[in-house]
Ligand binder design. Structure first.
Ligand SMILES: [Zn+2]
Ligand SMILES: [Zn+2]
Length: 249
């Protein structure tokens, strides 16, 4: 019998970490059990409450559609977006809303790994087809990020980058203007709010195909603005992946 010391130590480390910080469900915060010997990633009750986006979905923004015959959602039929295409992982239900709230405001940084796992499982193939060269998280205004201690979109982007083996860059795009939280604004105000809010910090964009990562997509004003700036500086195709997508206006 041959012991693989590294593997054994890794196992011990994981058990210790589990004992000190028992993994919790990223939706309700309850302790997780085991399912056929493997640690559950989400508890059994919450699995029912969290709804992933299913086909058919809008071929522009990724919003779930009611009708098989439609290609675009109500919003995308009327609005021109500066990004090329995007997808979202979850429907914006109460359970998902609560989970994202804790991820953003309650320091539940560890949820990023759960979300990225789900995102990679669902869209890893599509992202590979798009030929993405770099992942860029939607940036936060620097003072706000210092205050919160982290940017949730960046955590998600890093976990996703690790899973898909795509580099993540947090230097190129910055938020140069303090903006009002989008949830307090209507469609027109949202667009105005993010107008000129983003800037390119490094003058050379060496990447042609970029994936933006954010937590919630509502009207697309934020990703549109980021995409516009990236394209002004030479990006050719800009896609996005959002954790959750609202039903739109
Ligand atoms: Zn749960
Ligand atoms: Zn759409």
């Amino acid at each position: 019998m041959r012991y693989d010391l590294k593997e054994m130590l890794y196992g011990v480390k994981n058990t210790l970490v589990d004992a000190i910080f028992p993994p919790v469900c990223p939706v309700c915060g309850g302790l997780l059990g085991y399912d056929s010997g493997k640690r559950e990633r989400i508890c059994r009750e919450c699995i029912q409450k969290v709804k992933c986006i299913k086909e058919p979905y809008c071929i522009k923004c990724g919003k779930q559609l009611d009708s098989e015959t439609d290609e675009y959602c109500y919003d995308c039929k009327r609005k021109k977006h500066s990004y090329d295409r995007g997808v979202a992982v979850y429907l914006y239900t109460d359970a998902v809303k609560q989970s994202i709230y804790r991820f953003k405001y309650k320091n539940k940084r560890e949820y990023a790994s759960f979300y990225a796992h789900e995102a990679a499982d669902r869209y890893g193939g599509l992202i590979a087809q798009w030929g993405i060269e770099v992942i860029i998280p939607v940036p936060m205004f620097s003072a706000k990020q210092r205050h919160r201690g982290y940017n949730q979109a960046e955590l998600l982007a890093c976990e996703l980058g690790k899973r898909l083996n795509i580099p993540v860059n947090t230097e190129i795009l910055i938020r140069s203007k303090k903006t009002t939280p989008m949830k307090e604004l209507n469609d027109i105000e949202r667009r105005k709010n993010v107008e000129n809010a983003f800037n390119i910090q490094i003058n050379v964009v060496e990447y042609k195909k970029i994936l933006l990562v954010d937590d919630i997509y509502t009207t697309g004003a934020t990703v549109d603005q980021c995409s516009k700036v990236l394209k002004q500086y030479g990006a050719e195709e800009v896609y996005f992946l959002c954790l959750s997508i609202g039903k739109g206006f």
